[in-house]
Design a binder for this molecule. Sequence first.
Ligand code: ZN
Length: 409
Amino acid sequence: MNFIAVIIFAAIVCSGLLELYLERRQMASVAAHKDRVPAAFAQQLTLEEHRRAADYNIARARLSVAQKSFDTVLALAWLAVFLGPAYRLVAYLVPAGLSRSVAVVLFIAAIGYLLDLPFTIMRTFRLEARFGFNRMTPGTFVVDALKGIALQLALGIPLLYGFFAVERAIPGIWWLVSWAGFMVIMLAMIVIYPTFIAPLFNKFTPMPDTPLKAQIEALLQKCGFESKGLFVMDASKRSTHGNAYFSGLGKAKRIVFFDTLLQKHDEPEILSILAHELGHFKFGHIREKLVESSVLTFVVFAVLAWAFAGGLANAFGLPGDPGLVLVIVMFAMGPFAQLLSPLTNFLSRRAEFQADGFAKGMFGPQPMISALTKLSRDNLATLTPDRLYALFYYSHPPVPERIAHLESA
Ligand SMILES: [Zn+2]
């Protein structure tokens, strides 16, 4: 077997084992602390609530173990066995050229989607339902899935055609052109998403004129935040998990509150949560994230350039159709992306601390602390995660750390 193929197979196996190891650590850490509420939360949390959160986190980890094991085996099986026959089937149906490359990617993505579907269904209708989070009916689930597929095809097919056409037309620097095009599309999507795509899935109602709204507007003005309005999203139609965010760029930013958040929190808490979001804006975290993803996608496109030039498909004994090469790169990149996640999570957690600090500067530590305590209680977040697991998977610092940070001088 080819040396590069051996490295990729080994990386996928190691990455799968690392994922299982991390899930086991997380389960052990949650189970070990299950019977005692951490001292800092003894006032706000009953032992029963704490145990329930532990059960939820362990059940989630179990499902993750099953899904990640399956995905690892699947990636190996595709690369070792099934990509060849899948390609021959597509080649039999679609003549050589751009369309064949696009069809190969779509065919393999469609099978991957179908194989992952049972896990999504189990997560929504077994796990989330068992702990009282799911509000989605099978009808909503099917409609969501169909809309999602239609959207992915509508965006994905032109993108794939564009990508393969550029790869053919501009030898040598095609990958730089593609990367630049990708960045332009990504920026456009940030503007298009809130206005055109998110409303396909949820209803966004302008926030009614209440005393709370007046306070929110005063806060926005104080922070110099220009936006295209305040909206309430009907998140409760799918799940009881609460959240708030703002989306868009420049003057097209809109602030979105999940209805579930507004139902469960009092005014000072809601204002603190908003101040946290505004902290992200004040510290330029959005720009930071854009720079970060432009660097990461640059690396991905450089790898693609190498894979297309270096005959990566040959390493697996496969024909060098660009569609097939793209699929191989996607499977091969997974393990390396995993190794990067501690770094990207580190940057993200640092930003979260800064945003918490901003909210504290506005309203003092107390409303944010009580908002975080409520959020973690209502979302059954674990207060006792494993450190190594958090390093790989937590984009936000664990709540006890955030509260300790808010309480520190
Ligand atoms: Zn944040």
